[in-house]
Design a protein around this ligand. Structure first.
Ligand code: NAD
Ligand code: GLY
Length: 351
């Protein structure tokens, strides 16, 4: 095993595949050495988008090659519009044309778009090959690289085709966040706001305001780990991680996916908290605390659509069953529960 230096934080996820999440600085330059503890020498298919490629592929490739891996690389255009069957198919063909076998490995270097799509490739190519996640956005480091949800979008909606497939290793190099534009960093903080409402320790960290980003990432990942270990395939408990996501999906759809996921989640949380108070699930004082935590994370947000329009769009959400829709309702800081609401009474906004 590598001699892991002390500032490195480590979370072990005991899911269908046990794996480690390493959080620290300078990890991309040590990628080969760190991966070597978990993946035998093989061909590595590095999947990344054009923005991340220009910033970080060089250092990762150099490290992998010097540790004895051979590397092939597939680069796609950045953005959610690439997370589709066409790009997915091109990556599969690229792997096949380059003779990637079941003993080889996919590395996803980038944000949630790269991680979701490369993860889905690894879940399905040759009925499954190994995957290492190297998340480079805050959103991907605290959420999407962990827990094994992989997917691409269909014209009918986001993440409509995918698989559960846990990675073999996650390397969160916090240094990569230094090149993130502020707006994209803020999007990640939208998902952090979700964790702050779900977990009292993360709420305190956000409320106190004085934290190291490594600690925040560690707390979020460790919270997600606990949930994933108990409910890997989202039979129940894991649905708590969808707090704010029903209206968020409505917002993303209405914007034709120009409003990024994390920002939509922060907006969705505001809607859910307002309505939880309106319908007596939380007290006014709790509502104020929650709204303040959301704005500390994601800033002041103005809803670009009416709540009625947002919720009507949310009705096509995957969570709908018959005349009711399951939503995650905040009951207090650190306490959220799934409740079924009749579509006709969705938070009282629709009649
Ligand atoms: P993204 O991958 O598109 O990254 C956002 C932008 O940041 C891109 O333009 C990218 O090129 C750029 N970028 C990435 N790293 C950078 C860096 N270090 N420096 C400069 N620029 C960088 O989007 P995202 O916000 O990371 O992820 C959103 C996606 O994640 C959505 O598709 C969403 O559905 C998915 N998601 C998945 C899960 C899951 O559990 N699988 C959870 C939440 C979100
Ligand atoms: N982002 C929600 C989940 O991973 O379950």
């Amino acid at each position: 095993m590598s001699n892991i230096i002390s500032p490195l934080k480590r979370v072990t996820v005991k899911a269908s595949n046990e794996y480690q999440i390493l959080i620290g600085r300078g990890l991309l330059a040590r990628a080969g050495e760190l991966i070597a503890d978990f993946i035998p020498k093989c061909k590595i298919a590095l999947i990344t988008d054009d923005t991340v490629d220009a910033l970080y592929s060089g250092v990762v490739e150099k490290s992998l090659i010097s540790s004895g891996y051979s590397v092939i690389k597939f680069v796609f255009s950045h953005g959610e519009q690439s997370k589709n069957l066409e790009t997915y198919g091109k990556i599969l063909n690229f792997l096949a044309q380059n003779g990637v076998t079941r003993t080889d490995c996919v590395v996803a270097l980038g944000g949630g778009v790269t991680g979701d799509m490369a993860g889905f490739v690894s879940a399905t190519y040759l009925r499954g090959i190994k995957c290492v996640q190297m998340p480079t956005t805050l959103l991907a480091q605290i959420d999407s690289s962990v827990g094994g949800k992989t997917a691409v979008d269909l014209p009918a909606g986001k993440n409509l085709v995918g698989a559960f497939c846990q990675p073999k290793l996650v390397l969160c190099d916090v240094d990569t966040l230094s090149t993130l534009p502020d707006e994209i960093y803020r999007d990640g903080m939208g998902e952090v706001a979700k964790y702050a409402l779900l977990d009292k320790k993360i709420y305190s960290l956000i409320n106190g305001g004085d934290y190291q980003i490594e600690d925040l990432i560690y707390r979020c990942v460790d919270y997600k780990r606990q949930i994933v270990e108990k409910d890997e395939f989202e039979g129940g408990l894991r649905r708590l991680l969808n707090l704010g996501h029903t209206p968020a999906h409505g917002i993303e759809r209405l914007s034709n996916y120009t409003i990024p996921h994390g920002k939509a989640v922060a907006m969705g949380l505001n809607i859910v908290v307002e309505n939880a108070c309106k319908h007596g699930y939380i007290a006014q004082s709790t509502k104020s605390e929650m709204l303040s935590a959301i704005s500390k994370c994601a800033g002041e947000l103005t809803l670009p659509y009416s709540v009625k329009d947002i919720l009507e769009n949310a009705l096509t959400d995957k969570k709908r069953s018959g005349d009711s829709i399951a939503v995650i309702m905040p009951y207090g800081i650190g306490d959220a529960r799934e409740v079924k609401i009749e579509v006709s009474k969705l938070w009282g906004y629709l009649t």
